[in-house]
Design a protein around this ligand. Structure first.
Ligand SMILES: [Zn+2]
Ligand SMILES: [Zn+2]
Length: 297
């Protein structure tokens, strides 16, 4: 969907409100921001565009720049089957802006690309290609998350609740809307160094970096069972841990399944975990089904 030399530069927010920007080696190429707006208050695409232009004007004024914002061209278009408006706007730089409202996810979107006027023809072509492929909602049962070399399918009802991308450790946390159940996965690079110098094994790595920092607050987990599993897709051998919180009444307990493995191909340590409240079997089934399609390299 996106040219290979474009890279995710800024990535802030969550499912409801957020912003991301794709850069190539030289400059920002595509920015998308979205915000939650209830269906009853759904704005038209024109209104969204108008508001965005107003915010641009306000911004220029604040920076004491005299330039006006003018719309050179405007046309109706579609993004992911939604009515959208595409505008060619001139201010300090030229920009192509597309605005639409997604009633399925109840979010308003603005995508824009900024460029020097002489690049208009190329930019318009590239921008059109990108907006044809933008996805704001899904009708699938699963959403595919693909980034930084891995690819994973998560049930669509789980939403991104926490993330971290650093050179030492990267992970994503997903939660169901009630906040009872969790799916998370992530990795550390430089697996060989980590295992030699910092942690005695992959379990200790997981304990120190993920469990103690992110999961202990849910409850104290004790280990019930462990086994090895062959990851068929990747030919790695994974360590599988089954844990649960203390307690007598199973519907109040949290059940966790953790897969840990070392991907020699990318020299990364990976974890994938599921936590389901009150249902051991569901935790296991969910972890198994996600692992079936997980691609680490
Ligand atoms: Zn949509
Ligand atoms: Zn791998």
């Amino acid at each position: 969907m996106i040219p290979k030399d474009w890279d995710l530069a800024v990535d802030a927010g969550n499912f409801d409100n957020g912003y991301f920007r794709l850069d190539d080696y030289v400059k920002p190429r595509l920015e998308i921001k979205w915000e939650k707006i209830k269906f009853e208050k759904a704005p038209t695409s024109d209104k969204l565009l108008e508001n965005f232009i107003k915010s641009m004007e306000k911004n220029l004024k604040k920076r004491k720049i005299q330039t006006k914002v003018s719309i050179l061209e405007k046309q109706n278009t579609k993004v992911a089957e939604h009515d959208a408006v595409l505008a060619y706007v001139r201010s300090v730089q030229d920009a192509l802006i597309v605005a639409w409202y997604c009633e399925k996810s109840e979010r308003a979107f603005i995508a824009q690309t900024v460029f020097p006027a002489k690049e208009y023809d190329n930019q318009k072509k590239a921008f059109n290609t990108v907006i044809q492929k933008l996805m704001c909602h899904t009708s699938d049962e699963n959403i595919t998350w693909s980034a930084y070399g891995f690819k994973v399918k998560i049930p669509a009802l789980y939403r991104l609740s926490n993330r971290k991308f650093t050179s030492g450790l990267s992970y994503l946390f997903f939660m169901d809307p009630k906040g009872y159940n969790i799916v998370s996965f992530g990795y550390s690079s430089m697996a060989n160094v980590i295992l030699k110098e910092y942690y005695s094994d992959i379990e200790e790595w997981f304990n120190e970096l993920i469990y103690k920092k992110n999961l202990k607050k849910i409850g104290k987990f004790k280990r019930k069972k462990e086994e090895n599993a062959q990851l068929n897709r990747q030919k790695h051998e994974a360590r599988v841990l089954y844990l649960e919180t203390y307690g007598f009444i199973s519907k109040f307990k949290n059940y966790m399944v953790v897969y840990l493995w070392n991907c020699e191909n990318l020299n990364r340590l990976y974890f994938l975990l599921t936590i389901i409240k009150g249902n051991r079997t569901k935790a296991k089934d969910l972890a198994t089904s996600i692992m079936k399609d997980f691609q680490c390299h």
